[in-house]
Design a protein around this ligand. Sequence first.
Ligand SMILES: NC(=O)c1ccc[n+]([C@@H]2O[C@H](COP(=O)([O-])OP(=O)(O)OC[C@H]3O[C@@H](n4cnc5c(N)ncnc54)[C@H](OP(=O)(O)O)[C@@H]3O)[C@@H](O)[C@H]2O)c1
Length: 333
Amino acid sequence: MRLLLLGGTEFAGRAVAEAALERGWEVTIFHRGRHESPPGARTLLGDRTALDGLAALDEDPGEWDVVVDTWSSAPRAVRDAARLLRGRAGRYVYVSSCSVYAWPRPAGYTEDAPLVRDASADADLTDYARDKRGGELAAVDAFGADRSLLVRSGLLIGPYENVGRLPWWLNRMARGGPVLAPGPRELPLQYVDVRDLAEWILGAAERELSGPCNLMSPQGHTTMGELLEACVEVTGGPAELRWTAPEVILEAGIEPWTQLPVWVPPGSDLHDALHSADVSRAVATGLRCRPVAETVADTWRWLTGLGGTAPQRADRTVKGLDPQVEAKVLQTA
Ligand SMILES: NC(=O)c1ccc[n+]([C@@H]2O[C@H](COP(=O)([O-])OP(=O)(O)OC[C@H]3O[C@@H](n4cnc5c(N)ncnc54)[C@H](OP(=O)(O)O)[C@@H]3O)[C@@H](O)[C@H]2O)c1
C-alpha cells in the first residue's frame, strides 16, 4: 500500500507512520519539517497554512492508495488538500474526534448522534469541535461518503503523547508521596492507545472502510484504579494513592479532565461524553486494545528516554494539578 500522511511526525500521525512502515507500506510524509520524520519514510515539505503551501504535493506526480490527515485547526486546510488529492488517492482518512457530537452527548452515543452545528469545510479557525467537524465535511466533500473515513477518536494516550495527560500522571507518581487519586477507583474509562488507533486505521484502509467510526476502547477496558496503579508500579512505587471522593475534589474547585487528566466525575455529562461512547463499529471492524499496563509501561519507557520532559503542543492547555492545591485537599479530605 502507498500511504500519504499529511502530518505524521508527532503523536497520532507518527504512530500511523511507524505502523505502516512496519507493515512494509510505502510511506510519504508531508509536513513543515519542524519535527523529524520517522526513518524510512519519504518526506515532502510544505506549510498547509501558507499560500501555495501544498506546492510540493502538486509537483510530486505521486499517487496513493490512502491519505491519512491528522489536521486539527482551520478546516480549509483539509479542504484544500483533499481537493488537490481526490484524483490521485483512493481513500481519505481524517483523524477526527468525538468532540464533533453536539453537547450533551448521551451515554452510549453511536455514530448517529447529533453533531455540532455551523461547521463548514471552508471555515477559518473556530473552536475545536467545529474545526474537527469542518475537517470531516471537507474530506467527504472531496472524496465522497464512500471514499472517506472519519476516525472519531476518543482520548488518545501512549508513547509520543504531546498533550500532557499520561505524562503528567507518570511524572506525578515518580515524584512520590501521597497522591490525590480521584475516585471512585472503579470509575470506567475509555481511551485508545495511539498504536492501536494506528493499527485500526491501516486495517480499515486495507478493507476500504468508509463513514464515521467512534474509535476508543470499550467502556470498562480499564478503570481509574487500574490506570493509576499501573503508573505507580512502573515508576517504582514511591507514590501512595489516596483515593478521594469526587465531591471533595469538585468542592475544592479542581477542574476535572484538565487539572486531574483523564478523570471526570461519575454520573456527569462529562463522563457520558468522554468515557461512555458506543464503539461496536470499531470493535466489529478490528479494533484491538492492548492492556493498560502495556500502554503505561511503554509510555514511561519513552518518557524516561526524554529525561521526563514530554513534548507539549503549543495549541493545547497545560495539564496537571498544583502540588500545593493537592497537598491542601489531601490534608482536609
Ligand atoms: N490527543 C487526544 O486525546 C485526541 C483525541 C481525539 C482526537 N485527537 C486528534 O488526533 C490528532 C492528533 O494528531 P497529531 O497532532 O498527534 O498528528 P501528527 O501528524 O503526529 O502531528 C501533527 C503534524 O502536523 C504537521 N503540521 C503542523 N502544522 C503544519 C502545517 N502548517 N503544515 C504542514 N504540516 C503541519 C506537523 O509537522 P511538523 O513536523 O512540520 O511540525 C506534524 O507532522 C488530531 O487530529 C486531534 O484532533 C486527539
